[in-house]
Design a protein around this ligand. Structure first.
Ligand SMILES: [Cu+2]
Length: 187
């Protein structure tokens, strides 16, 4: 009986501390949700909302990722689409040519195991999985050279697996694209 007032007081303290922590946790959750909304609207970073699949065994025989269709293609609206295949231990094409100040869509997949897809100094950073098509959109602001290393351990030759993204002036690109269907650095 004599302990009753004391335990009543501890219960009050516990309730106060719990309430304080609940506020901290709810605050953190609100902050994280706000970050998701901000990056989604401001950087156009979205969780994958659709899944496109492709048969990794017949990539090279037919469909979008046959070798003659890889590289940079100019679309009718002036934007460009780059198609890339990753395999142990290289990317095809090895050097990707894109124009500056132009919307670029990358479409890439893997012919064998999981590879990494990262373009330095951009927010493009993903995985290429056999059977799935990874799609990214970006615009490069100025002519530059970006490294594109595989950053997902894919076997003994992993460290030698990388490509280049060469961003060139829009007009120079237009001149080069005028007489070819698919572009890469080596024409
Ligand atoms: Cu790799």
């Amino acid at each position: 009986m004599s302990q009753a007032p004391h335990s009543h007081e501890s219960a009050d303290v516990a309730a106060r501390v719990e309430r304080r922590w609940a506020i901290v946790v709810i605050g953190l959750m609100c902050l994280l949700i706000a970050m998701v909304i901000f990056t989604g609207l401001h950087w156009a970073m979205m969780p994958p909302s659709r899944v496109e699949t492709v048969d990794p065994l017949s990539l090279h025989i037919s469909g979008e990722f046959v070798e003659s269709n890889l590289g940079t293609a100019t679309e009718s609206d002036g934007s460009v689409t780059v198609r890339i295949v990753a395999q142990q231990y290289s990317f095809t094409p090895q050097c990707i040519l894109v124009p500056a100040n132009t919307p670029v869509t990358f479409r890439a997949t893997s012919a064998d195991v999981v590879h990494g897809f990262l373009i330095t100094h951009t927010n493009i950073n993903s995985m290429l999985e056999p059977g799935d098509i990874s799609t990214f959109r970006t615009t490069f602001e100025q002519p530059d050279d970006h490294l594109m290393p595989c950053h997902e351990f894919c076997g003994v030759g992993h460290e030698g697996m990388w490509a280049h993204v060469k961003v060139i002036d829009h007009d120079a690109y237009t001149r080069m694209a005028a007489n070819t269907r698919r572009l890469s650095c080596v024409q």
